[in-house]
Ligand binder design. Structure first.
Ligand code: NAD
Ligand code: LMR
Length: 308
């Protein structure tokens, strides 16, 4: 199993580290445009192999896509991150060109690759990859909901004063400060609805904290987060590589599902060896449907800025 990660920055390197530590891939190629950078990150990570007990071979490349040939899965984390005070949408001007070029180069050398898009604004970048490449729709996956759901569970565990592993929950919708739709009605603590423990006001606070999860970290760090994003991407890579048939909210191209068309946005999907093997159309109530509709209008507005 060969995994390529383009963009050896904070998120790309974190993802490479988690993939290696989970020890399911034979090879990880890190590629970056910055001279020597991916090679340096790869060497540093390889020097953790005996410490962390993995056998995955990690190599680096400065923009030489021939090194990525035959990749089964490729992750796109190339592009600029936001700074405090910015929205993800403001990154489109620089990141659209980078993502389009990177996706085209990857497919040239690995025509059967499954792509995971991470660069922001992620839903729009995922849509761009659909428009710019001829890959089938099951092979283009946007990562946002897995991370947002992890943050939702963290915030729920804080409110419930319990370990995060007690909590289950999911965030669908656009990966933006206003577009996320945390499904509080369906969240549980060991199968008991969290609504049994938390007031409506407290749950609203959990939702609002979840939606600005990325912005909160960006303010603290001066740039956007990387540990949870890297871990979330590695979960998607593992589900595909190991044909796990796991359910994650991912940005997928919708053709009528959830009443939406011609858009990539976060919905529950089953991930296995064929990428997105199924979109799971869960039943939403009227309030959730309205939030999803509003979220899709935001994503479509950003898509309208694309030159496709
Ligand atoms: N979808 C998500 O949930 C999520 C989470 C975190 C970050 N992100 C996004 O991921 C992207 C990367 O974030 P980061 O913190 O790793 O940034 P970073 O600046 O640390 O790393 C980005 C890397 O991309 C490289 N790069 C730029 N242009 C390139 C090109 N044409 N080819 C190859 N490499 C190129 C840069 O040299 C840099 O090393 C940002 O757009 C950020 O907003 C998304
Ligand atoms: O917040 C960001 O800009 C990065 C990423 O989308 C995140 O949610 O951490």
């Amino acid at each position: 199993m060969k995994v390529t990660i383009v963009g050896a920055g904070a998120v790309g390197a974190s993802c490479a580290e988690y993939v290696a530590i989970k020890n399911f891939a034979s090879e990880v190629v890190l590629l970056d445009i910055k001279e020597g950078y991916a090679e340096g990150k790869a060497m540093d990570l390889m020097q953790t192999a005996t410490l962390n007990g993995f056998d995955t071979k990690i190599t680096g490349s400065t923009n030489d896509y021939s090194k990525t040939a035959g990749s089964d899965i490729a992750v796109i984390t190339s592009g600029i991150p936001r700074k405090p005070g910015m929205t993800r949408e403001e990154l489109i001007g620089i990141n659209a060109g980078i993502v389009k070029e990177v996706a085209t180069n990857l497919i040239k050398h690995s025509p059967d690759v499954t792509l995971i898009v991470v660069s922001n604004p992620m839903d729009t970048m995922t849509y761009l990859v659909h428009k710019a490449t001829g890959l089938p729709k099951n092979k283009i996956i946007g990562m946002g909901g897995a991370l947002d759901s992890a943050r939702f569970k963290y915030r729920l565990s804080e409110a419930l004063e319990c370990p995060p592993s007690d909590v289950d929950g999911m965030v669908i919708g656009g990966h933006s400060d206003t577009g996320m739709v945390p499904l509080t009605r369906m969240a549980t603590r060991n199968s008991v609805p969290v609504t049994a423990f938390l007031s409506e006001d407290r749950l609203n606070q959990v939702s609002e904290d979840t939606k600005v999860g990325g912005a909160t970290l960006t303010k603290l760090l001066g740039t956007s987060a990387w540990y949870a994003p890297g871990a979330a991407v590695s979960g998607l890579v593992q589900a595909i590589a190991c044909d796990q048939k796991k359910m994650f909210p991912c940005s997928a191209l919708l053709e009528g599902e959830f009443g939406l068309n011609d858009i990539c946005i976060g919905v529950p999907v089953i991930l296995g060896k064929d990428g997105i093997e199924k979109i799971v159309e869960i039943e939403l109530n009227d309030a959730e449907k309205a939030k999803m509709q509003e979220s899709s209008e935001g994503v479509k507005k950003t898509n309208g800025l694309l030159d496709v």
